[in-house]
Write a protein of this length. Sequence first.
Length: 401
Amino acid sequence: MQKKTILLLLFSFIFSFSYSQEEADYYMQALADINFKRYENAEKILNNLISENNRDSKLYIALANCYYKQKKYVKSAELYKLAMKQKNKIASYHIAECYSQLYDADKAVEYLKIYLKSNDKKFKSEIKLNPNFLNIENSKAWINLWKTKHYSGYEKKLSDAKFSISKQDYAEAFDILDLLIIQNRKRHKAHELRGDLLMLTKEYKNAGESYAIASEIKKHNFNYKKKAANAFFLSKKYKKAYKFCISAISENPYDAETYLLKSKIEIKQKNFNNAESSINKFLKYYPDNGEALNLAGKISFKKNEYIDALEKYSSCLKNDTSKPEYFINRADVYTAVSMFDNAEKDLSMALDLNPKQPEVYYKRAIAKLKAHKTEEACSDFKKAYNQGYYDASIYLMKYCK
């Protein structure tokens, strides 16, 4: 049954988006360009896409974001307004931010009032602490705005739970959220916030279940599905994680991070061809991302494509030499291709970053042993054993008497 559901989701995803794959690629490239501050290129792509399709609010939002990051607030507000005309719910909030940056408190508050009428609004504390509203926080319009009631009793309780979480008073937050859910089990935001809380306490499986309930109540919510996928992945429930990941992509196929998550899940499922496809999708837009290059190297290594794995790991280490895992992974490839001196160097780098890694001492001992450095290998086997890696005992008995 679960397999059937996943296949249906995949079919629906392919059918819905294959016809506009080129546009989707351009849009994702524009988002990446904004992230890397390549604003001119992003503007060009998004203007071209809008000329082809002027009824897609996400294009206006992306272009507005691009102008906002460049402090072109008038242009940004104009584009957010076009998105708002197409019933984009968040647009009014962003328009308010633009007017705040232009020191027009009356206009900012006018659009905030519109936003505050929506059901999925941000918490009051989030809005009041948003630095984008600093320019108007002492204005009469801003002060008067908060004299009016904009939140229901339920929304205030959610805000109280959020505040308790910020104070790390998790017991109080659980009490508030559990009561809200008992009163009405269809409160998807309460389930989501409970999931967030469970993530903080590292109860990943229960967090996944909370997000799953939220996504069942709010059927087409991308964030709930992505959060569920990540929580189930962390709890090693890979089938569930994959199901929610595919479902999240069907809701929003433009979020590059979801493909990164999908690749991680597929690696755990030993579906390396699909994992490679997913990670390549991410790397297309973020080619220097260390985590993604590391995953790509891992996939190549699992497929016994050692040269490709070395290239990926080396590219990864060009961008980030702060993580022991990256050196360890490349060392595994060097060991596999009998380049033991190189493996030893990488493992030594990993130990410089974190000397409390008994398995790494064990791996370095193996590399040294293969390179006929028996005395040095024995020293590492002893360190591995003394730190609790007891597989080293076999080698200690055999080579280190």
